[in-house]
Design a protein around this ligand. Sequence first.
Ligand code: ZN
Length: 301
Amino acid sequence: MKWKNRRRSSNVDDRRGQRISGGGARGAGLGGIIMTLLIRGSMRTRLLVIGAVLAGMFFFGVSPQALMSGGGGSQPVTTQVAPTPNDEMGAFLSTMKADNEDVWTQLFQAHGKQYKASKMVIYSDKTVMPGGLADARMGPFYMPSNQTIYIDPHFFNEMSQRFGAPGDFAQAYVVAHEVGHHVQHQLGYTDRVHSQRGRVSEKEYNRLSVRLELQADFLAGVFAHHADRQFQFLESGDIEEAMNCARAIGDDALQKGAGRKVVADSFTHGTSEQRARWFNRGYRTGNLEDGDTFSVAYEQL
Ligand SMILES: [Zn+2]
């Protein structure tokens, strides 16, 4: 793909090489105090603490994992000031981010809506996020609460070496998929799914998750369609790179690759075939109306 000499996004926070210090990393702070009270306190103290924690989580939307890891109430700080990314990978990611911003701003406008760009944090290994730590082992992800994409580019090495999905356009697909989650957040799909957590069975929730993920793949395809019209950035083999990547990270492929039995009810992202097909559908039509993965019968997805 061609990506050089285009605009780079200013919504990128490059934290690579930064070390984390402060409460968030060490399990001190509020989380630590709470754990101490729970372990050492009397039964009455424990009940009071549990009540306070539950009330706090309810009002502030803090996840229990965040409290356990000590990130709940402390103020973690990072060392060094974030430099502007000037290396190849940093330049690539901030150009992809800008391409996505340009395409989605126009598509939202065409639908009478206003697009608000997400942020992107590029980090290595671990970094602070609201309520805890982002960890490279989680893979790239989008956090709706602060509308931020977290990405450790080492994931791309893993994609290429472990999953057999190399290529710059495979990487572009991953970025566009995460931006797709931000688009879904703005269109209300994310809340629609998250509000069902705990209200429906695990199997049903997994199915909603599959619908959301396949739609993000579709939106990545829609991006590719419009970005190519705008920037003529596709080269031969690019779309195949993205579809190969979508197949490589299908739930069935990942379960097989890990030597596990393939269990359809545990899928959260969709099969290899589904992921590649929904991406391709978005790419072929470029039409947002073709991506309502929530109206299609689950078996027909
Ligand atoms: Zn996703």
